[in-house]
Design a protein around this ligand. Structure first.
Ligand code: ATP
Ligand code: MG
Length: 695
């Protein structure tokens, strides 16, 4: 680790920060001697070796770039955009925006008039610059001995064949295509083929029920649905084609019929002859796609033409159809990928997210491929055949950048270190986390055990709506604090506002908003611009409101405290869910925790905690007490849970996020008001929890 002395050198130069640099994060505070001394234990420094090779190697380098990105966004982003291929350059105005509902309709545009194609930039452009024979995708099947790979050239050929098929079937620019595929190479291939011909893809996570798929079909009326017959997840076989059939039947009964269903035969899971088939509508991928030519002209599109729509994961209510356009999204995902993971040409990158989520769009497919990266795709689940699978994959492909979610970190932590230390993991150099706040104890385990205290962790805060990272460490640029997403990415101005919408400065806590647009911002909710304006721009006029709570510490570090709808108000203290959960999870016998507020006669609200214990630990009254004590000691008596509810597991979205709105109903015994549980990964968890309610 770098010495305090060499860090202070960084700090010295920070002092030359121009005052009045506006809302530029107060990195300089980190550096003040006293704060360093008092918090030395909380700061995790990147090593000198890491800093020496990092793209952004010091706070001052970051500040220089950040400052320019805020003071001259047009110049900053057009310099970056110029490194990409544009058939025609954008118009005079790099961007235009209105984020203020009181001034008219919300409108965000970047690089309007610029003509480009994101598939071209991902594939053709990299091949032209000499990366044609580099591996674009490694694919690891559910079974450890099933795998494959495609070079950039091979990937382009596959994409072109499918693009030609789609064109032949009449799919045109602006048409929507639903993709319901598991993590096989055909998934990114299909996304790229749509992008190549200007069709709008809508990936639906292949694990969603027929009902959820049907809703999305009705919402976006696709020309075609692309799926595969089945997939193995661990030992479980999932008959995807059956689900699609049921969804399409229901849709046609509701007046939306889909005439074409292209089905890939995923041989290792199910044979053709066992697959249910609807003649006239269904076509086998393998029968037709390979017969098409391996080259296909691109459809040049405007930067503001839609690229895809994607539904949010539904943690807080009915999923929203987020629409992203082409140019700004392209520049933003490429740039955030590059800097937040300190990407180098030699990296092998693995993100465990499914392409059914935004993370799989921006950081499995587009961001990495735009950078010419080698990406690992994994079809299966992280604990099959056992909990060491992730590290087996890391060693097998020599993965250097590993990006995952706190839920996975917590579950592997619960399974014990032996599964990790059995593998070398020497190739790893950067780790990443996304999806929920990462509890400091999970952060430390990830850092110390998985990363051997060598790899910075990029705890990336962002949303489906933001397209790319908003607040994230840049590895090597500054010391980290376990559990903090640290500082904003270039071009992003996060502000914390109070109830009345006033920006608050310095050490504070409140509602996380963003002032002014960034290239990757979503442009609307599909077919419902009004819901877009009401959900995100009405609460605090002039700002994009994220829906998340955040606090900033005296050093300027950002800490996400959870959804503001989940904030608990105990006797006037506003308590974020993340803080209490992190305290509980720091107890060695607690694997996972979720807290919600329940009505309380005296305090207004009381804290109700659902707790999952480490494998094999029995429930006991003593343990209950010691869990409450941990919270008392770490936060204060006011935050002590009133109730601990043992939870063998927690209700989560399919992307692994805890669904607190359901827990709230269970806690207050409003069992007939559970709401939409269709996006839950395992709905049976709910019954299990209800049955344990009074134990
Ligand atoms: P819905 O909007 O339908 O409720 P969702 O918000 O879960 O679904 P996503 O867009 O996938 O859908 O998730 C974004 C949210 O995830 C953020 O608003 C935030 O609450 C949480 N989140 C993501 N990354 C982080 C992170 N690094 N730290 C803290 N929270 C995070
Ligand atoms: Mg959300």
């Amino acid at each position: 680790n770098i010495s305090t002395k060499s860090y202070l050198r960084h700090v010295e130069s920070m002092r030359i920060l121009p005052s009045g640099a506006g809302r530029i994060p107060e990195l300089k505070a980190v550096i003040l001697g006293e704060s360093l001394a008092s918090e030395e234990n909380d700061l995790v420094f990147p090593s000198d070796d890491f800093c020496n090779q990092a793209l952004v190697s010091s706070p001052e380098k970051y500040l220089e770039m950040y400052k320019r990105s805020i003071e001259d966004p047009a110049g900053f982003w057009s310099d970056i955009a110029s490194e990409f291929y544009w058939e025609k350059k954008w118009g005079q105005q790099v961007y235009s925006e209105n984020l203020d509902v009181t001034k008219g309709t919300i409108n965000i545009e970047w690089f309007k008039g610029g003509i480009t194609n994101i598939c071209y930039n991902c594939l053709d452009a990299n091949i032209k610059s000499g990366s044609g024979d580099k591996i674009a995708l490694y694919w690891e099947g559910n079974e450890p001995d099933v795998d494959g790979s495609l070079t950039y050239k091979q990937l382009l050929e596959r994409v072109c064949q499918l693009a030609n098929f789609l064109k032949d079937k009449g799919v045109k620019k602006g048409d929507t295509v639903i993709i319901y595929l598991p993590m096989i190479m055909e998934l990114p291939i299909t996304m790229l083929a749509c992008a190549r011909i200007g069709a709008i893809h809508s990936v639906v996570f292949a694990g969603y029920s027929a009902e959820s798929l049907h809703q999305r079909v009705v919402d976006c009326k696709p020309k075609i649905v692309i799926t595969c017959n089945a997939v193995m997840r661990g030992k479980k076989i999932i008959d995807l084609k059956n689900i699609v059939d049921a969804a399409l039947l229901e849709s046609s009964q509701n007046g939306i019929s889909v005439d074409l269903c292209l089905t890939f035969e995923n041989e290792s899971a199910m044979k053709k002859e066992d697959t249910k088939w609807q003649k006239g509508r269904d076509i086998w991928w393998q029968d037709v796609v390979p017969t098409y030519p391996t080259t296909c002209d691109v459809e040049w599109v405007d930067a503001e033409d839609p690229l895809f729509l994607l539904y949010t994961s539904g943690s807080t209510g009915k999923p929203k159809g987020v629409l992203h356009t082409t140019g700004g999204y392209m520049i933003y995902t490429a740039t955030t990928f590059k800097y937040a993971f300190d990407y180098k040409d030699s990296d092998i990158y693995w993100c465990t997210a499914d392409c059914g989520w935004i993370t799989g769009h921006s950081y499995v497919t587009y961001g990495p491929l735009l950078n010419g990266a080698t990406v690992v795709l994994y079809e299966g689940v992280p604990n099959y055949p056992d909990s060491g699978r992730c590290w087996e994959i890391v060693d097998k492909y020599k993965v250097t950048i590993f990006y995952t979610a706190p839920t996975l970190v917590r579950s592997l932590m619960r399974d014990g270190n032996e599964y990790v230390t059995r593998y070398s993991r020497k190739s790893l150099r950067v780790l990443g986390s996304v999806g929920e706040p990462i509890n400091p104890s999970a952060w430390r385990w990830f850092y110390n055990v998985v990363g051997d205290s060598r790899c910075p962790i990029s705890d990336t805060w962002w949303q489906t709506e933001t397209g790319g990272f908003m607040i994230t460490p840049l590895p090597g640029a500054w010391p980290q604090k376990p559990g903090s997403a640290t500082f904003p990415f270039f071009g992003v101005q996060p502000v914390i506002v109070d109830e009345k919408g006033n920006e608050i400065d310095g050490e504070c806590s409140g509602y996380l908003c963003v002032k002014s647009s960034w290239p990757g911002a979503f442009r609307t909710l599909y077919g419902d611009h009004e819901r877009y304006e009401t959900t995100y721009f009405k609460a605090f006029p002039g700002y994009y409101f994220s829906g998340d709570g955040c606090s900033r510490d005296k050093d300027g570090y950002h800490w996400l405290t959870g959804r503001v709808d989940d904030v608990i108000n105990v006797s006037g203290h506003r308590i974020g869910t993340a803080e209490v959960e992190s305290a509980l999870v720091s107890h060695p016998q607690c694997a996972e925790a979720a807290v919600v507020g329940v009505e309380h006669e005296v305090k207004g609200q009381g804290i109700y905690a659902f707790v999952t214990l480490v494998e094999g630990v029995p429930y006991s009254e003593d343990l209950r007490k010691s869990l409450v004590l941990v919270v008392r000691n770490q936060i204060g008596a006011f935050a002590a849970p009133d109730r601990i509810h043992w939870a063998p597991s927690l209700p989560k979205t399919r992307s692994g996020k805890i669904m607190r709105r359901i827990l709230r109903k269970i806690a207050s015994r409003q069992l007939d008001e559970l709401g939409d549980i269709s996006t839950l990964a395992d709905p049976s968890v709910v019954d299990q929890l209800i049955s344990l309610a009074d134990s």
